[in-house]
Design a binder for this molecule. Sequence first.
Ligand code: PMV
Length: 305
Amino acid sequence: MAQGIGYGKTILFGEHFVVYGIPAIAIGISTKAVVEVKPSKEMKYVPYVNGTIPELTMNAIINIKNAMGIKENFTVYLSGDLPTFGGLGSSAAFCVGLVRALAAEFHKKLTDEQINEFAYEGEKVFHGNPSGVDNTIATYGGAIVFKRGETSQKNKFEKINIGDGLPLVIGVTGVFSNTSLMVRKVREKKEKDEKWFAKLMKKEERIVADARIALEKGDWKKLGKLMLKNQELLEEIGVVIEENRKIIDIAMKNSALGAKVTGGGGGGCCIILAEDRNHALNIVNALKAGGFDAFVAIGGARPKF
Ligand code: PMV
């Protein structure tokens, strides 16, 4: 039996636009998927967490098994504390954890780059046309600026240093975020009006560039404002629902520095930037009083494997 871990993430800036080549800023969070593998007669998948789709997950497992050239059969056990309701990169965290566990069980020495590549093969099953940002941040953790290339080998990313990490709150809408459906919807809108979408891409690119500077300087007030600007663009492309708006409203009424949808949207999660951990806890309480689940996540601190 061998174990592998993949970390969750939030996209601070640039979701959806990253699919079309605009850089995105993603940061790892400490919640994680824990994957164990054990040789067995037949292939089996045993989740100890709610909300996974076993047939889909099995297809991702087979893709990764084939990509890694593993002939033997095995059982995969999934546990950990990473919620699977969408927006926090749970499928990518699973794929990365699985690649690590398989490498340990079948004695394959892999570089992080190879782990990332194999995990991408699994992500394709979950997301159809993934940009690769999720598996990259699940592999490396910390904070990255990610830019999609023409092929997954040409994806580029740079690590950025954000010190002790950001005091974030994850607000949970309770509505499952179907990333591939949202990506498809955005594509349809884009194809209907390419000019309009190109303008939004330009605006997003500016926001991401300014956000990187603010992050590196530790200017969280500016960062919060940029999150709200980014949220306006997410509204325009149609990936925000009423529950997302309510969460953002509660957060801002409780003096959050900024808040936005994170990941696929259409429900899923929002991220909220607080001043510090205590302020983050206050926002969590306000959200809970408003009927939403929420938790504090320190973003960007580099995980230890
Ligand atoms: O919903 P998540 O956590 O899987 O994030 C998806 C991010 C998108 O930009 C919407 C899609 C992608 O492949 O980058």
